[in-house]
Design a protein around this ligand. Sequence first.
Ligand code: HGY
Ligand code: MN
Ligand code: MN
Length: 410
Amino acid sequence: MNIDIKRLQLEIDELSLISENPPPVVTRVLFSEADLRARDFVKNLCREAGLLLREDAVGNIFARWEGSDKSAAPVATGSHIDAIPNAGKYDGVVGVLGAIEAIRSLQKTGVKPKRSIELIIFTAEEPTRFGIGCLGSRLMSGVLSPQKASTLRDREGKDLDFWRAQGHKNEPVESVRLAQNCYSTFVELHIEQGPILERESIDIGIVEKIAAPSTLQVQLTGVGGHAGAVLMPERHDALLAGAEIALAVEAAAKTSGSPDTVGTTGVFRIEPGAVNSVPCRAWLEIDLRDTQLSTRDAALQKIEEAAPEICERRGVKIEMNRLNVDPPAICDANLVQMISTICKDAGVSHKRMISRAYHDSLFMAQICPTTMIFIPCRGGVSHRPDEYSSPEQIEKGVAVLAAMLAQLAE
Ligand code: HGY
Ligand code: MN
Ligand code: MN
């Protein structure tokens, strides 16, 4: 596969400059001005590669390389280009721009796919806007209903329809749902977002399972007041109740009995946010995951029991909501084996592994046979501006993806 890694690296670097923050920070939140510009940038690359473009009602982008057998279910690949605040330039992007380069390299070598090959750029893989990740692929797979999606609100109280209008999308959200097996297979290329491949000097990870994510939203209402006048025994401080809950999240993850349980209170907002005013309200978003569903659920239950007790003791009102509680995804064994054979034939070191991060593959696995190709990232770092994968590592990942797409589409 003659992968033009120089061109691909330039495109990755150029896309990274389309951000809500100055370089090296990448931030692109659903339908923000930067997200819209990034979408245009990628759609232009798809057009230049001769792909047929369409977008759905929530901004999932589909770019198709038509195959000779239009009746056959296409092969799909793809990832996301949205980025959380203070992110890097490879998360998601490698699986989108890398897939375009994989297709270009197959076109150059004269491959004529029987099955069409469709690149999907998923809308809002990151949870930043509404607190829930994989908005686009959840709606595609039916895991999230249009009704539930219409109840989502961002921190300014704006809903999905408001943001769809910014993205000039007005078709009904119901139209996003995809039919079972509308694709023959889905393969996503992504950086590992963990240290294993680099630590073991392995070129390619082949994902067999994607960990089970969940998100809790917690609204705490205490009693505000003057920081000088309200004496300690009379206080109902919403921040301190939230702080105890955040520590309960950490304790639930640490005492789960599994090293794979991870708990994070990633969002913690307080009001009024004045140094001389007792916090009257707090908003927490809690991310809890494990590779085993039962372990994740047991830890979730511990948090849901601890939080009301903490609030009862502190005289703080609590409203808690499970925003998403997803099962893990098991990747398709045949696809895993195919990638293993491709790596073996190409003399590329490889390892079957679990993904601790979630991806749109978690939901595509509910539509069709799915797996992921991982490449190492420096120090396992991700969701930080210093996230990095080398051109050599990216080139190997794209070459394996290209070989996989060619095989699946023939
Ligand atoms: O949070 C995740 O696992 C993904 O990077 N959105
Ligand atoms: Mn991410
Ligand atoms: Mn990602």
